[in-house]
Design a protein around this ligand. Structure first.
Ligand SMILES: Nc1ncnc2c1ncn2[C@@H]1O[C@H](COP(=O)(O)OP(=O)(O)OP(=O)(O)O)[C@@H](O)[C@H]1O
Length: 253
């Protein structure tokens, strides 16, 4: 057995006095997709954001416990949050390309992290990232067009390419398809399946069908607790906890 890529131990997340995540421990492995599911407000996004310190940007948010990335505590004073967010990338619900060209959307991260020594190297990173995100053929002749001029599904693949460009180890996705039509959604789901070969992927989704289609492991959250975590097929066909069963059979949520 290889070590988990990321280990969370006894994690609490607070917004001011309010505890949104209560004592969550979970291992995230490489090479698979892990889905976070649960009713609205259960804390899925809050916990996801704690995995790359995105909560640091929210006034009053506080994380306790331990989150280890390859054994290193990401909340250590020595950890640079900007470098961390390159290693643990994030894709949001609404595609949010920068108001810049397609090329610049990808080149921006590698430039600030000093990943390219020449224009040729940067071109190579841009092409490789767009190819991995399944967008190269559609945009290679218009790299100078605005990223915002693409369709919603293309914009989301651009955002995935932007995350890939800085060579992440984990990609966190917060409901990445909820603003997309079914065809664009299917395209992103195929892409997630391909990307899991290279990155650990964690996806928050409202759709149990989507969790069942794309993930190998599923975590069910309820009222800030991690109720059940296991193989996706097992969790959906033979849940151990009654709260999981109630949720997946549509009794609440
Ligand atoms: N910035 C914030 N400030 C204060 N409270 C917040 C903040 N963000 C979330 N919360 C609260 O924390 C709890 C968990 O919210 P979170 O958005 O993580 O849940 P979720 O499961 O992702 O919900 P949804 O599926 O609706 O996105 C909720 O009670 C929510 O109101």
């Amino acid at each position: 057995m290889t070590e988990p890529k990321l280990i969370a131990r006894n994690v609490d997340v607070f917004y001011g006095e309010k505890k949104a995540i209560d004592n969550v421990s979970i291992d995230i492995d490489n090479g698979i997709v892990t889905a976070f599911i649960g009713p609205s407000g259960c804390g899925k996004s809050t916990f996801l954001r704690s995995l790359n310190r995105m909560n640091d940007t929210i006034v009053g948010a506080r994380v306790t416990g331990e989150i280890l990335l390859d054994g290193e505590n990401i909340y250590d004073a020595a950890m640079d949050p900007v470098a961390l967010r390159a290693r643990v990338g994030m894709v949001f619900q609404k595609p949010n390309p920068f108001p810049k060209s397609i090329y610049e959307n990808i080149a921006y991260g590698p430039r600030i992290h000093g990943l390219a020594q020449s224009k040729a190297q940067m071109d190579e990173i841009v092409e490789r990232s767009l190819t991995k995100a399944g967008l190269w053929d559609e945009v290679k002749d218009r790299l100078q067009d605005a990223g915002t001029a693409l369709s919603g599904g293309q914009q989301q693949r651009l955002c995935i390419a932007r995350a890939i460009a800085v060579s992440p180890e984990i990609i966190l996705m917060d409901e990445p398809c909820s603003a997309l039509d079914p065809i664009a959604t299917a395209r992103i789901e195929e892409l997630i399946d391909e990307l899991k070969e290279s990155y650990a992927i964690v996806i928050v989704t409202h759709s149990m069908q989507q969790a069942a289609r794309v993930s190998q492991r599923t975590a069910f959250f309820h009222l800030g607790n991690l109720v059940e975590y296991g193989d996706t097929s097992e969790l959906f066909t033979n849940p151990r906890e009654s709260r999981t069963k109630d949720y997946i059979t549509g009794r609440y949520g």
